[in-house]
Unconditional design. Sequence first.
Length: 124
Amino acid sequence: MPAASSPRVSDRDDLTALESLWEGVLADLRRRKELIDGEIRSYPTPIPRCDAQFNHLHEQQRRLALELDRIGAATGRPARTDYLVMIERFLASAPYGDEPAERALRSSVKARLRGLVEQRRQRT
């Protein structure tokens, strides 16, 4: 049997694709948090408690920080099912912002994940 069709190679390729997809999500979450951190640092003062825009930014920052902390708490190298769970959890979570870029990211991740799952299904 050629190496390219070996189950081991397919599983490794599948894991690599999921890892790459997850790394893209993680990089985007980190980038978003940095952008929000910058917006909060440069927010004009004084900030009244009732400032809805600032409070919204602060809530986005809090949610992203919690998500990144939760992700960072994972130990060891994730297995295929771990990546699937993390990606599906990201897709099921409420958006962290209102930007079209986040909607596009979620749509792209969903499509890529669907494609990877379908490819795996076809191999088995």
